[in-house]
Design a protein around this ligand. Structure first.
Ligand code: URP
Ligand code: ZN
Ligand code: ZN
Length: 526
């Protein structure tokens, strides 16, 4: 850990340190400073291979005032422009993580990464935007929204919100309209698990799906059969299995497959698009593949932990070592991850998230005597870009352009931010990474930027390294140093009716025609 701060900056750092944990902050890192050329509003990235989801070419990229102005070879600039040499490196859109939980109150505690430390970690790993899940307060969407607006005041990069729906009545229905029409939220998540807290019934899910459709919002589901999970948990406790392995044993893949199939069928019944978050098993992935084959608009999101880890870690004799891997749906037996990678490479699964939901060892210890009390969640915001590269590109499973698609562009398109986000082209936000494919990354809790004292990818290294991150037109990560300012992040408003909605109205018309009903019968007196 290198923290080098002086005089006034030292004072400021004392108040910020609980926010950021063990980050490296450069000397002038607590405020933008004109004398620092890294904070120039004019940047020229020279000679790199610019990669978009559909094309790659050697070109320069010129950035001014937070926006990409030009992308072409041999751009000439005058004085006052910071020139960054990217020869031999990839220049790509910053990552967008579709699935995070910063400062979330959950299972009797709150995730250890807030909107500052989580985003600082993200930036150090090449992610320049994320979409976090607002959790309603006592079922109220507006109270939940206000709480997250407060939490997000610490932001140092761009972010958006999804919103969870945890109860149903006319007020919730009306608030969904307000969230979409006035607050820039275009997606709602329904938890089919977490019985007794966040879980919803099929009846509520149906109401929610109908409402999402009427608003052009994307319905998302956490797909596990919560009633059966509850039963599985009781069974494990009765068998005397109270440790972290009980978590995996109590909620096997069949329960994820069942809920995925059910959610898909209900969305098909309503004829509305569906997004399955954190697909962890072959069972769920195969349901998604089957649905897509039959023409349904179903998106599957794997998360990094599901792609690269296996459940053997949950049997570790050391409680904390095992408990840090507890998340839901659980990390599966080896074989599932490889199948999810293959599904990502063939396009069955479309974009990679993290479900970053970090708890430290003390918090994980709440479940020392009962796995049901271990707060569910793992890290990944800082590691996603490196691990997806190493696992998918270095292994030859996807191309560099596909890498951009699954880590950034698809998310921008699904949540209606493209091409402002997810592209290196004139007019797009200057959220850019310079990636050296010949360097290496190393992961450790000793050097990561999360506030957690553990990392589920501890000790991993691999090929490829995010050497520079530019967010909102500023160089925020360079030479292993972060330059981040709480409060500098912007909320990104996301409009409804993404591309999945194209054609939905025609399908509805065809459905109505196909009914051949009501039949006009002549009433005869008997
Ligand atoms: O274990 C997890 N996934 N924690 C976060 C909450 C959720 O289900 O997404
Ligand atoms: Zn979930
Ligand atoms: Zn989640």
């Amino acid at each position: 850990m290198v923290v080098r701060l002086r005089s006034l900056i030292l004072l400021l750092s004392i108040s910020l340190s609980p926010l950021l944990g063990r980050s490296q902050i450069c000397e002038s890192g607590l405020g933008y400073c004109d004398s620092d050329s890294r904070l120039s509003s004019k940047i020229l990235i020279k000679g790199g291979t610019v990669v978009n989801a559909d094309h790659q070419e050697v070109a320069d990229v010129y950035v001014e005032d937070g926006v990409i102005v030009s992308v072409k070879p041999n751009i000439k600039v005058g004085d006052g422009v910071r020139v960054v040499d990217a020869t031999g490196k990839f220049v790509m859109p910053g990552g967008i993580d579709p699935h995070t939980h910063l400062a979330m109150e959950f299972m009797g505690t709150e995730t250890i990464d807030n909107f500052f430390s989580g985003q600082a970690a993200a930036l150090a790993g090449g992610t320049t935007m994320h979409i976090d899940f607002v959790i309603p307060v006592d079922g109220s969407l507006s109270k939940g929204y206000e709480a997250y607006v407060e939490k997000a005041k610490l932001s140092c990069m761009d972010y958006g919100f999804h919103m969870a729906i945890t109860k149903w009545d006319d007020i919730v229905s009306k608030e969904m309209e307000i969230m979409v029409e006035e607050k820039g939220i275009n997606s709602f998540k329904f938890f089919m698990a977490y019985k007794g807290s966040l879980m919803i019934s099929d009846e509520l899910l149906l109401e929610g799906l109908k409402k999402c459709k009427s608003l052009g919002a994307l319905a998302m589901v956490h797909a596990e059969n919560g009633d059966a999970v509850f039963e599985g948990q009781k069974r494990m406790i009765e068998l005397g299995i109270t440790g972290p392995e009980g978590h995996a044993l109590s909620r096997p893949p069949v329960l994820e497959g069942e809920a995925t199939a059910r959610a898909i069928r209900l969305a098909a019944f309503v004829n509305t698009p569906l997004y399955i978050v954190h697909v962890m098993s072959i069972d769920a992935m195969e349901e998604i593949a089957r649905a897509q084959k039959s023409g349904l608009k179903v998106i599957g999101e794997p998360v990094v932990s599901g792609l690269v880890l296996d459940d053997s870690v949950l049997w570790d004799p050391d409680f904390i070592t095992a408990a840090k891997f507890v998340m839901s749906p659980p990390i599966r037996a080896s074989g599932h991850g490889k199948a999810l990678q293959a599904a990502l490479s063939t396009g069955i699964l479309k974009l990679v998230g993290t479900d970053h939901c970090t708890f430290n060892s003390t918090q994980k210890s709440f479940g020392i005597d009962d796995f049901r009390k271990i707060p569910n969640g793992v890290n990944g915001l800082e590691e996603r870009m490196h691990l997806v590269w190493d696992t998918m590109v270095e292994s030859g499973q996807i191309s560099v352009t596909d890498y951009v698609r699954v880590t950034s562009t698809e998310c921008a398109k699904l949540f209606n931010m493209y091409p402002r986000k997810g592209a290196i082209r004139a007019g797009s936000d200057a959220d850019i990474i310079i990636f050296n494919p010949n360097s290496t990354f190393h992961i450790s809790a000793n050097s990561h930027h999360s506030r957690s004292d553990t990392n589920v990818y501890e000790g991993r290294s691999g090929k490829g390294k995010v050497e520079v991150t530019i967010a909102g037109g500023k160089i925020v990560w360079e030479n292993e140093e972060l330059k981040v300012v709480p409060g500098s992040g912007r909320y990104v408003s996301m409009p409804p009716f993404n591309y999945l909605y194209h054609g939905i109205d025609k399908a509805d018309e065809n459905y109505l025609t196909s009914l051949k009903a009501p039949v006009n019968r002549i009433k005869q007196s008997l």
